[in-house]
Design a protein around this ligand. Structure first.
Ligand code: URA
Length: 465
């Protein structure tokens, strides 16, 4: 009997190395005891032959299996390491094993992976920070009780999501502490270690409204997804009675009214969330463009706008005013939008890049196009705006906007003026940027191109439900 000791319950790397060695040594799964840390496993009849085989020869398995194994290792099932070892052993003879949905082992592994995914979603969606103060200033502390060993695996998500805050996530098994630079791990905690009180508004608002969208969710699924044990941590659970009322309304044929109520609820949340998102964007340092620019120029317009315009980046005047499309390109844009029968005030207007990029030339600042890295760095903000606004139709004005929305270079000449599907499933149209019209030297060409621009805006407007 071999005893393999893993340093932590989510120790995928050690499991993988050990399992490889066991396979190389032809040790059958039923001859292995897996234990975590110094917690002794059930050593019933085992000889304490402590061994992690080193330098095990490599044998290749599919990426799908490794992804599955990475999730399964996080599951709260004491047999998970042995099950994965068994699967790995069988994979040598049955390379397509994990495609076989009829196989009981595969089904069990899939169920475990699914449970881990669900728990991950809950952690991301329902964790709430409370504000505290320590010697270095505000620190945001959240308490969460996961069902599986998912905390470390989600650390990067929270670091990326709340990079500029100092925060701690306390869980019974492990604590994570982020100071804006470094992530540290500490021992498990109890609920009493976490502060009481209302979760911090500005933090959860953005986060919550971008994840929670009753208008799109089926009520039953929603309630199933939000177990009672999380309710007490969440200010928005004030909504739950309303959601339950929605479920009852469905039974009595009043679903439309309930849906409308929920949409209204979402609208209020989205407005607060949008304000929090904009405030967060004001401090954005995701790319170097923030340094010479005057300010972040965030999107503008109602959060329930059905139509969203995405431009390239603020120009000189937008940089000073803090609003998109207020300079010369904005004037062309305004005129064309009005001629297309669209009320700009009812649309949401934003840019792919939120800071003005320019070359100083004497007293002037000359527009310089954003590069791929800058577009990529700012895509996060555009994605957040889209999550909140959820426009029916998005219009990309020019190549930078199209690249940001589609995540790849788009051929404007070929794609313009037709309904396209975005990677997030939304509907989009691509047209030219108003600055392009301003730059056309030939008045006749300008006229023709302007008319085409207006026609394409009309088409996008007509695509609204
Ligand atoms: N050009 C853009 O793309 N956006 C603006 O806000 C102004 C000019």
């Amino acid at each position: 009997m071999r005893i393999i000791t893993l340093s932590a319950p989510d120790d995928f790397d050690v499991w993988r190395e050990a399992a490889r060695g066991l396979i190389a040594d032809s040790v059958p799964p039923d001859q292995v005891v897996w234990q975590v840390g110094d917690q002794p496993a059930d050593l019933f009849g085992a000889v304490a032959d402590e061994a992690i085989p080193g330098n095990a020869p490599r044998f290749t398995v599919s990426r799908n299996f490794l992804d599955l194994a990475r999730s399964v290792v996080l599951a709260n099932d004491p047999e998970r390491f042995a099950l994965l070892h068994t699967a790995l052993d069988r994979l040598r003879r049955q390379p397509r094993l994990i495609e076989d949905q009829a196989d009981p082992l595969v089904r069990r592994l899939d169920r475990l992976a699914k449970a881990v995914r669900r728990d991950t979603h809950k952690m991301r969606a329902f964790l709430r920070f409370r504000e505290t103060e320590d010697a270095d200033g505000p620190r945001y502390v959240a308490w969460f009780e996961p069902e599986h060993h998912i905390v470390r695996a989600n650390a990067a998500f929270f670091v990326n999501r709340f990079t500029t805050m100092r925060w701690s996530i306390l869980t019974p098994e492990v604590s994570l502490h982020w100071d804006g630079q470094t992530l540290n791990e500490g021992p498990g905690a109890t609920k009493a270690d976490a502060p009481e009180g209302d979760p911090t508004e500005a933090v959860w608002k953005t986060y919550y409204a971008s994840i929670f969208n009753p208008a799109r969710m089926k009520i039953g699924a929603m309630l199933k997804e939000m177990p009672r044990k999380y309710w007490k941590n969440m200010p928005e659970t004030a909504l739950v009675p309303q959601l339950i009322a929605g479920a009852q309304a469905r039974e009595t044929g009043m679903i439309d009214t309930a849906r409308a109520d929920m949409r209204a609820g979402r609208g209020r949340n989205a407005q607060a969330a949008w304000a929090a998102l904009r405030d967060e964007a004001m401090g954005c340092t995701r790319c170097p463009l923030y340094a010479p620019a005057t300010q972040t120029v965030f999107g503008k317009g109602p959060v329930d706008a059905a139509l969203m315009f995405v431009g390239e980046q603020p120009g000189d005047q937008e940089d000073l005013a803090g609003h998109p499309f207020v300079g010369p390109a904005g004037q062309v844009f305004d005129r064309a939008v009005a001629e297309a029968g669209i009320d700009r005030a009812r649309t949401y207007v934003t840019n792919a890049v939120k800071h003005f990029k320019f070359e100083p030339r004497g007293k002037r600042r000359i527009h310089s196009s954003p590069n791929a890295g800058e577009i990529q760095a700012c895509r996060w903000w555009v994605a957040q705006e889209r999550l909140l606004i959820q426009p029916q139709v998005t219009i990309a004005l020019g190549a930078t906007a199209a690249r940001s929305l589609f995540g790849k270079v788009m051929a404007i000449g070929r794609e313009r003026g037709k309904a396209l599907t975005l990677p997030d499933g939304g509907t989009a149209f691509i047209t030219v940027h108003p600055s392009y019209l301003l730059r056309l030297p030939d008045p006749e060409a300008k006229k023709v191109e302007y008319a085409r621009f207006v026609e394409e805006l009309k088409l996008a407007g007509q695509a609204l439900r």
